[in-house]
Design a protein around this ligand. Structure first.
Ligand code: GDP
Ligand code: MG
Length: 300
């Protein structure tokens, strides 16, 4: 008898959806490490990022996106939109992520755009942990899938890591039968240096109120292995002196707390001891200056 071998699949998967639905949380859950930062603020993700999820049956190359920003005036928004649109080039399948119970015009538009582009769309109904009465899910799914040709529908909770097996077995057959495209110990296309900056920025998104997170960014000035310890120097850029004081906090307390949390995230992700130093500096208008943004690593 012929030995039975299951085919190996590998391909690119665009993760699409409105801000804050849980795209980055889902990418991290599938990869099994925090490659993409998460906060409860929209536009936390500013860069397109590849999360590499390797399983015995195949490899999913998940393209996490900033999401389309309708306000095009600022250079930062234009760059984020370019990254989101570029995410569709060469993808084998798209995950349209929505929050259970919600379906907006933007979701319809996203489905239509993907469908017309000939990309199979799997509907990911995230945050089902928030739906106490699960019988409400069925009519919702019926309504949303009515007249729309989804390649699959998977309710799940990215946060609680429930339903991921189902997603994996739905998506893998939709990507080409081929060998892995990345080594199995690779988890992202971004450098450790980039990820270190993101972990600092995640704290800014989480700990600063209102508009301020959008007026800050992070530059990793130094990144060096010193024996078995990583020495990392990060600059937090703000636009005005007043913002600097807020980031630093009373007697440096906020900066200290953010640095500690970012460092712990780095130690977990890099599996190494980290010595992190952070500074806050003022550069006027950085978020509306394309050249300055490029120098800070935005746009490809
Ligand atoms: P993105 O903007 O689509 O990338 O969304 P994020 O991944 O940054 O998540 C936005 C917020 O939703 C964060 O506070 C997450 O913790 C939260 N979130 C993501 N997935 C789930 C989920 O399955 N259940 C719940 N309750 N919250 C979630
Ligand atoms: Mg995100």
């Amino acid at each position: 008898t012929e030995p039975h071998t299951t085919p190996h699949h590998a391909g690119y998967v665009a993760v699409i959806g409105r801000p804050n639905v849980g795209k980055s949380t889902l990418v991290n859950a599938l990869v099994g490490a925090k490659v993409s930062i998460v906060s409860n603020r929209p536009q936390t993700t500013r860069h397109r990022l590849l999360g590499i999820a390797t399983f015995p049956e195949g490899q999913l190359l998940l393209v996490d996106t900033p999401g389309i920003h309708h306000e095009q005036k600022r250079a930062m928004n234009r760059i984020m939109n370019r990254a989101a649109r570029g995410a569709l080039e060469g993808v084998d399948v798209a995950l349209l992520v929505v929050v259970a119970g919600r379906w907006d015009d933007e979701d319809s538009l996203a489905f239509d755009t993907l469908h017309e582009a000939g990309v199979p769309v799997v509907l990911v109904v995230n945050q089902v942990d928030k739906i106490k009465d699960k019988t409400l899910l069925l009519p919702y799914l019926q309504k949303v899938t009515e007249g729309r040709d989804f390649a699959g529908v998977v309710p799940l909770s990215a946060l609680k890591r429930k339903g991921l097996e189902q997603l994996k077995s739905t998506v893998l057959p939709l990507v080409p039968e081929q060998d892995a495209l990345f080594a199995e110990d690779e988890i992202t296309d971004k450098s450790q240096r980039f990820l270190a900056g993101e972990l600092v920025r995640e704290q800014l998104m989480r700990q600063l109120g209102n508009e301020l997170p959008y007026a800050t960014t992070v530059e990793i000035e130094s990144f060096a292995l010193d024996g078995r310890m990583l020495r990392i120097g990060a600059v937090i850029w703000v636009e005005r002196e007043g913002q600097k004081a807020i980031v630093i906090g009373k007697a440096g307390s906020r900066l200290k707390d953010m640095s500690t949390k970012a460092r712990m995230g780095m130690e977990r992700l890099f599996d190494a001891k980290v010595f992190l130093e952070t500074w806050v500096r003022v550069r006027e208008g950085w978020s509306d200056d394309e050249a300055a943004l490029k120098a800070l690593g935005y746009g490809e």
